[in-house]
Design a protein around this ligand. Structure first.
Ligand code: FAD
Length: 422
């Protein structure tokens, strides 16, 4: 064995899985195709960490603990995140993507037993019976085979589970978006008068057709660095439908279209939005932001009803109070919240494929309907799922690697000892 556990993908789910697995005593190999960690939070400039908090009236408190909370607290201590900032019936934590990128470097270097392979992409899987035996990874030095006892798919797109033959669903998906940086913003003015009028300005522009705006809402998110905001107003469609980001040609189109939209949106903000008169488009991220592609069809499929009824599962591995946030039709984003002050749990069964015994799936490719995924996909929930997957993988790799044979009560007990809120 090259490792006890191989984790594919170093986004919020994969980083948490790798660190948790290593902290539980396993030898972990974390494979990430970018040159840095953080997934959508860093590679696609997602401006806030969502899913951390439960809002009950005016009171706001953490709804996830463990590594997600540690991540939030560390970024706040370093001045690289602030909040909670109330948003609709929940709250978010705006952050500086660079801060998270550096923190995840530190996490990967400080966890003993964790080996990191960057700029390395999973490209093949060998399955023997009901188990994954070997992964093929494309590195700059060529292809190499990697063997382990247990595997975690945190690729966001379910690459490993799909290649291993697990049942997946890919449709309908949500629109991808290209967020981008603007600099030289008068943030005080923008946050004061500006934010209140942004929705009105967007509505007016859509009505007059003066600007080709892709979405009827959106946000400008301050990073708290002088003059800097992240603009989240894009929406990339192809003939009116969401782009399929597992299709090479459509993904290429999405990258180009995302940058075209960034120019239009920056021009609109400069001309219309208070505080943006002298601002400029500083850069787009290295990759378009993908909300959903493939979803596992696992041992349990999380539904819209589970979110809206605040379902509490006996094998729950984390809580979430995030709404069903659907970017799936036209220019509108639909939000549906759990009952006020309530959260649902994500059951362990959402991480388990039906057909493969030594594989866990964590993050936005979890087993869920499109609506269930539209809630559970936010980054703090992905971190909590990843932590649970890493702990479960470590427990299983001490035996024969079969994650389905684990007692979920043992897993929950260990997660609570680690600080999870269950
Ligand atoms: C535009 C946009 C705005 C959003 N806004 C918010 C927000 O405000 N707050 C919030 O909390 N969430 C937001 N989200 C959602 C959230 O960012 C993601 O759902 C979350 O980051 C998913 O985490 P993940 O770890 O499952 O996947 P990802 O973050 O997608 O990470 C997957 C990682 O796997 C790697 N990978 C993929 N395939 C392979 C492979 N074959 N081999 C090796 N590595 C691979 C990728 O490079 C990536 O680093 C937003 C998403 C988008 C697209």
């Amino acid at each position: 064995m090259d490792a006890d556990i191989v984790v594919i993908g170093g986004g919020p789910a994969g980083m948490a899985a790798a660190r948790a697995g290593a902290e539980e005593g396993a030898r972990v190999l974390l494979v990430e195709k970018c040159g840095f960690l953080g997934g959508s939070l860093t590679a696609s400039l997602v401006g806030t960490i969502g899913g951390l908090f439960l809002k009950d009236g005016e009171a706001i408190d953490y709804v996830v603990g463990g590594l997600a909370r540690e991540c939030a607290e560390t970024l706040k201590e370093r001045g690289q995140a602030f909040g909670p900032v109330p948003w609709e019936q929940t709250a978010v934590l705006p952050h500086v993507p660079w801060g998270l990128k550096k923190l995840y470097d530190e996490w990967s270097e400080s966890a003993s037993g964790l080996e990191l392979l960057l700029q390395a992409c999973l490209c093949g899987v060998t399955v023997e019976g009901r188990c994954v035996s070997t992964l093929r990874v494309l590195t700059r030095g060529g292809e190499r085979d990697v063997k382990a006892r247990t595997f975690v798919d945190a690729s966001g797109d379910g690459d490993l589970a799909y290649m291993a033959g697990a049942s997946m669903e890919g449709s309908p998906v949500q629109f991808p978006s290209m967020n981008f940086y603007m600099h030289n913003v008068n943030v005080g003015e923008a946050l004061g008068a500006g934010l209140a009028t942004l929705q009105t300005l967007i509505g007016d522009a859509l009505e007059t057709g003066e600007y080709d705006l892709p979405r009827s809402g959106g946000a400008v998110i301050p990073t708290m660095r002088p003059g800097e905001v992240i603009v989240a107003m894009g929406r990339i469609s192809l003939q009116g439908r969401p782009v399929d980001c597992t299709n090479a040609e459509e993904l290429t189109y999405a990258e180009l279209e995302g940058r075209r939209q960034a120019v239009v949106l920056a021009g609109f903000l400069r001309e219309k939005m208070p505080g943006f008169g002298e601002a400029y488009l500083a850069d787009t991220p290295c990759r378009v932001g993908i909300r959903s592609t493939r979803r596992l069809v696992g041992r349990y499929v999380l539904t819209r009803g589970d979110v809206l009824e605040a379902a509490d599962f006996p094998d729950g591995i984390c809580h979430s109070a995030w709404p069903v946030e659907l970017h799936a039709e036209g220019k509108v984003t639909v939000l549906e919240f759990p009952p006020p002050g309530k959260s649902y749990t994500v059951p362990f069964g959402c991480l388990l494929p039906q057909e493969v015994d030594n594989l866990l799936v964590a993050g936005r490719c979890l087993s869920a309907t499109p609506e269930g995924q539209a809630s559970a996909r936010v980054s703090a929930t992905c971190m909590a799922m990843g932590e649970a997957a890493g702990v479960a993988a470590a427990m299983a790799s001490r035996e024969d690697g079969d994650v389905c044979a684990l007692d979920s009560e043992d897993l929950r007990a260990r997660l609570m000892e680690r600080g999870a809120i269950l």
